[in-house]
Design a protein around this ligand. Sequence first.
Ligand code: SF4
Length: 375
Amino acid sequence: MQFTPTLTPLTGETLDSLTEKLRVQGEPLFRAKQILDWLYKKRARTWEEMTNLPKPLRAWLAATFDLAPLSLVLNRQSEDVTDKLLLELRDASLIETVIIRAPQEGVGVEHSRKTICISTQVGCAMGCVFCASGLAGLKRDLSAGEIVAQVLQVCYREDARTPRARTELASFDNLVVMGLGEPRANYDELLLALKILNADWGLGVGARRVTISTSGLVPKILRLADEDLGFRLAISLHGATDVVREKIMPVNKAYPLAKLIPAVRAFSEKHGRMVTLEFILIDGINDSLPQAEKLRDIARDLHAHVNLIPYNTVAGLPWKRPSLTRQERFADILRAARISVTLRREKGHEIDAACGQLRLRTEKEREVASAQPPV
Ligand code: SF4
């Protein structure tokens, strides 16, 4: 389920597909590389900036392609240098893209490691009970062009006067596909987007810098294992036994741990990459010591890294994050077994940090505003 826009997003074109469109148009084929250079290397934001293209070609491009199929609605910045961008698509749907900075000791924020977290769907159909993204269900899949455009939007918003300054400012270290939606449920468009981002004529983002998360769609994990590009894999586990996982993640009914774990093992054996197990700690649900012990066993078996994430409260949902003592006790069980583990500290808790929450709140405000009689 996708939206068909009037103009095709230029960010959804590959070098081959654009070359073919130019050939049909009777244009020299080398123009395709020039156009993509303007988009990805020089970060042009208007057709007029593309000064080495003839005017009639620029006019055809403007009538055919959308240079940026989304726009910035809000940029919420938290004290701990997390930026949450609320972006509006051409059909007025809202998505979130997040920039997470990890300041390094002794250097300024501008030199911190930067991770960009992108969305793949408007909403989500997976129904995890703790998640704001899935609260209103799935509205639609994003196109490859909309997925790529999120990364460019991050580059654009690093306000800079010249293309060179934009390129320098917009450098980032890692890309994680963990925003709104289940990435594997929009597999083909996501893969196309990642190929565009990875290509040398695109943004040149190395596959090792890209992590794709999944709630556990086993057939898609196995399909990703067969791809040549060696992306990294993260599993949203959130429960270390079927009983607990099934309570909070409906996907576990179709793909219980007995199916999920062998698929993850197959992926890491094929690519030789350490997989990450994401585990949101929810008070009284999955934060018990027996859960920590089961998680330790799974992580040891898979040689996986564990990322513990204290729950960010979502308005309207009853779940809470455990106390700091309980979080540390849980992490200690893993540390004692020499499992590679991080316990995430506050990153954006005060800016509707739970994935999808900013979008949900803005949509509600819009609904209320449109229901008001005009004054
Ligand atoms: S946690 Fe991920 S898979 Fe589950 S509902 Fe939220 S966005 Fe979808």
